[in-house]
Design a protein around this ligand. Sequence first.
Ligand code: PBG
Length: 326
Amino acid sequence: MQRRPRRNRRSAAIRNLVRETRLHPSQLILPLFIIDGSNIKIEISSMPGNFRMSLDNLLKEIEEAVELGIESIILFPGVEENLKDSIASYADAEDNFYLKAAVKIKQNFPNIHLISDVAMDPYSSDGHDGLVKNGQILNDETLPILGKMSVAQAKAGFDWLGPSDMMDGRIGYIRETLDLAGYSNTGILAYTAKYASAFYGPFRDALDSAPKAGDKKTYQMDPSNRYEAQIEAELDELEGADVLMVKPALHYLDVISDLKSISNLPIAAYHVSGECAMLTAACQNGWLEYEKAMPEALTSIHRAGADIILTYFAKDFAKFHKAGKV
Ligand code: PBG
């Protein structure tokens, strides 16, 4: 035999030398859920270890994450039903708790890289990401609402904005609006290929943000489509995105790999709530070993081409990293 690939697997030292990918906690973004009030910390039943928290508890959570080596956080608001309306007016309201929280987080942790969510759904009484009229989700008419939301978030101190509605022309419009308002240093994490996925279930339960009628198939992508993601990538890049994201992650590794090969922008992948819930449930049943299966899942996403991973396992991965287990 001329070739024996096993020679490169003979010892731990050799395996360490030839390892192609290494995931570091600084490449992870931890998603956190905030609700208004104080002294609240409610576990999300389908995502053990993840909570809806008021700001006081959230600050403690961030402190813990920072100590473990997490540097980036994406924050999602859970808004009370009576504050929602058809035009998402609470999104940039003066007393908006999400915006006030961002100010506090940046005061307490100036080095944290803080990322927002730009979409109507947390604030919309229709539960859709855009304006709804006669059952239609409007594209262009939603833009000014997202523009106002973006400027308010940039002003509050978010470092990257995450337009997540998968409608057309978002990146260009938000980029221009931010620049005109003097926020040219605020970045845009583009939800480039976000699929109409069944794996967002636990997230929507956590935030009560499921659509009241219909589904999101006229704006989020069809899970059957691979090449369409490249059209979205081209547009987001031209419109001024700083990072391109694929969502979900584990079920869309081909898409991650494609975008990595066609773009020189950093590629992010969102390991979503349902993907985490699957693994957690199997581990709780004793069917998988968490300490091995979880890092393998994250490594797969990185190996496929994601430079950045958003995952609810970020803290645990950082813990394992600190202990020298990964
Ligand atoms: C919507 C949004 C969703 C998620 C992040 N932002 C849900 C949706 O599109 O309905 C899902 C994240 C997850 O499942 O972890 N603004």
